[in-house]
Design a protein around this ligand. Structure first.
Ligand code: AMP
Length: 552
């Protein structure tokens, strides 16, 4: 569907950027991209209110790549991100989108890694620097002119940067850049502190946010599940075991994802097909017809490809990838519950996308309850139920049609009817596990729930007075001799561990700051490696000296 790529083309992006978008399989700009790209291409400063999952990275990366001059081998774009994890993600996105632009280089600058290679990449002429503020300030103290050629600045997740205590670093960085630069600030929320930064450092910024007008949702049963991005396919497969569906539509973001999921489903014996913008119109119609008449039960589609798809058999909508905005969510789930039937909508949420879930709940005025992945016992029960339901209607007449053959086989093989029935069952179930022990082996546990959003930043003191909270499974408690008397706050510890340890925020549990020490909950897995990594980390000028803490 070339006109969909036209959705991007109409925005005025560089042809090499358009080629890269086509290669990654994006079909149309997300709402934040539609709004932000022209503003950034137009040279305006901008404040974008958007959270992870809206496509915000591409919203600034695509226009900035279209604006840089690849022939100038010096830093031109600076993106500041709160954590090493986000910085790496953004740097990777720039690399992907600049694949067709020879001579364009990206360097990620963050703590916990040696400075040498980062410096080398800058010296070799990288035009794009993606950095965490702390480490960038270290670089600046050695090379004050580092940012003197920056023409474009992006503050990504600005509210998070402030929460992590990077305000002073930001001021140092602003000072080191030319005044005439173009600045873009992205933030999920716009508290006073962010507005103050915008006022001081942005020039006449335009505001861009995704429309959040209240949406009414049809009466569809909705639930969400927390999963990690790389476990979406196993999660879908497991959910399908217990969901009683007639026809189902699964929404993903890219062409590749439609193909990956559809083939995983086919491999499990589902009648599934992919529907994306590359599929010719006549083939698309065939897919929809097949879904209507039951030759297909599952269609895996992108939003573009599913446009206008209206099939009364659809009982389930799976939002495997997060929709870009609440409107699209409402639109997607409206595909089920047609013709007065019951509908069910499931949404997979990765830990980073939790905020987007909250936006959907706010805009639709409904809670989307948390569901859990079915366990082995539930899967077993569902398998047996399906088997029973499939066989029950056959018993009445099968004896008349196959009874004689059965007698013959029993005589020939010389076995009992029970033994033969068991053999037939094994054949019919195609090697499927049908005992709890086998199922438990077959289904390594996918974490069904990520840790809650930590709220220790607020109300931290209150909680300190309460009885110790038991450790969550898979977590270890660690201790540092730094505490409140060293001028330490939870956010300093959090910032240092995130940046230097390379962890995702969700991996860190409770942080308790006491007067003369602090306790931090960290993942048990890889703990020793993490502690080694943090060996030389300093917080508030003092060595962190984080060690495993045993209460006994
Ligand atoms: P972000 O909100 O920047 O974290 O992006 C969320 C995800 O959406 C990333 O995995 C992107 O690759 C993907 N994405 C961004 N824009 C598009 C688009 N126009 N079409 C499909 N996927 C996209």
């Amino acid at each position: 569907m070339t006109q969909e790529i036209g959705g991007f083309a109409a925005l005025g992006l560089h042809p090499a950027v358009l080629a890269a978008i086509a290669a990654v399989g994006y079909e149309e700009p997300s709402p934040i991209q539609n709004q932000a790209i022209p503003v950034i291409l137009g040279g305006h400063d901008m404040i974008g209110q958007a959270q992870t999952g809206t496509g915000k990275t591409a919203a600034f990366a695509l226009p900035l790549l279209s604006k840089i001059d690849p022939a100038r081998r010096e830093p031109q774009v600076l993106v500041l991100a709160p954590t090493r994890e986000l910085a790496l993600q953004v740097a990777t996105a720039f690399e992907v989108y600049s694949k067709q632009m020879p001579g364009v280089g990206v360097v990620a600058i963050y703590g916990g890694a040696p400075m040498g290679p980062q410096l080398k990449a800058i010296r070799q002429g990288a035009q794009i620097i993606v950095a965490t503020p702390g480490r960038l300030v270290d670089h600046l103290s050695r090379n004050a002119g580092l940012l003197s050629t920056i023409g474009f600045l992006v503050l990504d997740e600005a509210d998070e940067m402030l929460k992590l205590g990077f305000m002073d670093d930001l001021e140092v960085i602003f000072e080191a850049m030319p005044e005439g630069r173009q600045s873009v600030l992205f933030s999920a929320t716009l508290p006073h502190s962010i507005r103050a930064i915008a006022e001081k450092h942005l020039r006449d910024p335009q505001h861009v946010k995704i429309a959040a007008k209240t949406q009414t949702v049809a009466r569809i049963e909705q639930a969400h599940l927390m999963v990690h991005a790389d476990q979406k396919i196993p999660a879908v497969l497991r959910l399908l075991e217990v969901e009683d569906f007639d026809a189902l539509i699964a929404f993903v973001r890219t062409k590749q994802a439609t193909l990956d999921l559809a083939s995983a489903l086919e491999a499990k014996g589902y009648k599934a097909a992919a529907l994306n913008g590359d599929i010719a119109q006549n083939q698309r119609e065939r897919v929809i017809e097949s879904l209507k008449d039951g030759r297909l039960d599952i269609v895996v589609a992108t939003d573009v490809a599913a446009r206008g798809l209206d099939v009364a058999r659809i009982t389930h909508v799976f939002n495997v990838d997060m929709p870009y905005d609440p409107e699209s969510y409402v639109h997607r789930i409206g595909r089920t519950g047609r013709a007065g039937r019951e509908g069910r909508a499931l949404l997979l949420v990765t830990p980073r996308e939790r905020r987007m879930l909250q936006v959907i709940e706010r805009v639709t005025g409904q809670k989307v309850a948390e569901a859990r992945l079915p366990n082995a016992q539930q899967v077993l029960e569902a398998r047996i139920r399906k088997l029973t339901n499939g066989l029950a209607p056959l018993v009445a007449e099968a004896e008349a049609s196959h009874g004689e053959l059965l007698d013959k086989l029993i005589a020939e093989i010389g076995c009992s009817p029970r033994a033969l029935a068991a053999a037939l069952l094994r054949k019919a179930t195609n090697g499927q596990s049908l005992t709890l022990a086998e199922l438990e082996k077959e289904q390594p546990l996918v974490p069904s729930s990520a840790p809650r959003e930590r709220s220790e930043r607020s109300g931290e003191r209150d909680r300190e007075r309460r009885a110790p909270v038991p450790l969550a499974e898979g977590r270890a408690r660690c201790r540092t001799p730094l505490g409140a008397r060293d001028g330490i706050a939870a956010r300093n510890l959090l910032g240092a561990i995130l940046n230097e340890g390379g962890l995702v925020r969700e991996a860190i549990g409770r942080i308790q700051v006491r007067d003369s020490f602090s306790l931090v909950e960290l993942p048990e897995e890889g703990l020793e490696r993490l502690l080694t990594k943090l060996k030389d980390t300093r917080v508030a000028g003092k060595q962190l000296k984080l060690r495993r803490y045993r209460e006994d």
